[in-house]
Design a protein around this ligand. Structure first.
Ligand code: SIN
Length: 293
């Protein structure tokens, strides 16, 4: 099967698109090629896929344990490991998916003890405008820091929280009903965590910067004052969002896009309005506890 496969770079920053694969009939050699491309390019887009929900779960399980979602309201009834991201409504006018998923820069499950490995999105319908997803490469963001900054942050830790209520760097979306109660409940259920600010990828061994405006609410370390930590966090976030590290993905219907949360931050960019529909399925694969350099 691998002789029909074509791989093109999507940008200088990261990412490749792959043609000539049918994920319904994935053999081990083709999976090996996808996995290699995933580790080398951090973000993949496999074009022209016609997948049913089970095939998406089967493909995701090749990478590890597919996690159940916290938000059961918008998972598929028959496939609770698939979360629906959508601005569509049912016949009664009720929302059928999460509308505001990922609207601030983040990496998935950074607020957990074991954050995610990859996230996989399957695009069923795209709006006529907007709906792109932005990515930034946290390996190259780290590599581009000065040696002085690398030494300064080497032993620091990021403090991460799921709660938007604790985070002055993000806004609460107006489209989320009961936002205060929702985030209060999450605060109670998911305790904050600390992870190394510079993490080492468990497979490639490369170092990346591990912070995001959505989940990182503080930086901690011996002798670091709160005030300096705040300035440092702002500086690192601004650095991570510089143009050379970034790629914007404009979706085509039937794209399967996956990214490595251990070295990539992302955000949904919005910019579309109902009845212009954006509709995707999402799975998330369990990762491992981040390890410091
Ligand atoms: C996400 O962050 O999970 C969703 C990204 C997107 O919808 O573009």
């Amino acid at each position: 099967m691998t002789d029909k496969i074509r791989i093109n770079r999507l940008s200088e920053a990261m990412g490749v698109e792959i043609f000539g694969i049918d994920l319904n009939t994935l053999d081990d050699a083709t999976f090996g090629l996808i996995n290699e491309a995933y580790l080398e390019h951090q973000m993949l887009c496999i074009r022209n896929q016609k997948l049913d929900p089970q095939s998406l779960v089967d493909f995701s399980e090749r990478f590890g344990e597919v996690l159940p979602h916290d938000n059961l309201k918008f998972t598929l009834d028959e496939h609770p490991k698939i979360l629906v991201l959508s601005n569509d409504v049912d016949q009664n006018g009720n929302q059928i998916g999460v509308i505001d998923a990922g609207d601030a820069w983040h990496t998935d499950h950074q607020f957990k003890k074991t954050p995610a490995n990859c996230t996989i999105l399957y695009s069923l319908k795209n709006p006529s405008q907007g709906g792109a997803t932005d990515f930034t490469n946290m390996y190259t963001a780290y590599d581009a820091l000065s040696e002085k900054m690398k030494a300064r942050i080497a032993r620091l830790r990021g403090h991460h929280s799921i709660s938007k209520l604790k985070n002055k760097r993000v806004e609460i979306s107006g489209s989320r009903e009961d936002a205060i109660a929702f985030y209060k409940r999450q605060e109670r259920e998911i305790p904050d965590v600390e992870h190394p600010l510079v993490r080492v990828h468990p497979v490639t061994g490369r170092k990346s910067l591990y912070c995001s405006p959505r989940f990182t609410i503080a930086i901690k370390g011996d002798g670091l004052s709160k005030e300096h930590a705040e300035t440092l966090l702002d500086e690192l976030i601004a650095h991570s969002l510089k143009k050379p590290f970034r790629y914007r993905h404009t979706w085509e219907d039937r794209d399967v896009v996956m990214w490595d949360n251990r070295c990539v931050n992302h955000r949904a960019t919005g910019g579309y309005v109902y009845p212009d529909i954006r509709h995707l399925y999402r799975t998330t694969v369990e990762g491992e506890a981040p390890v410091a350099a």
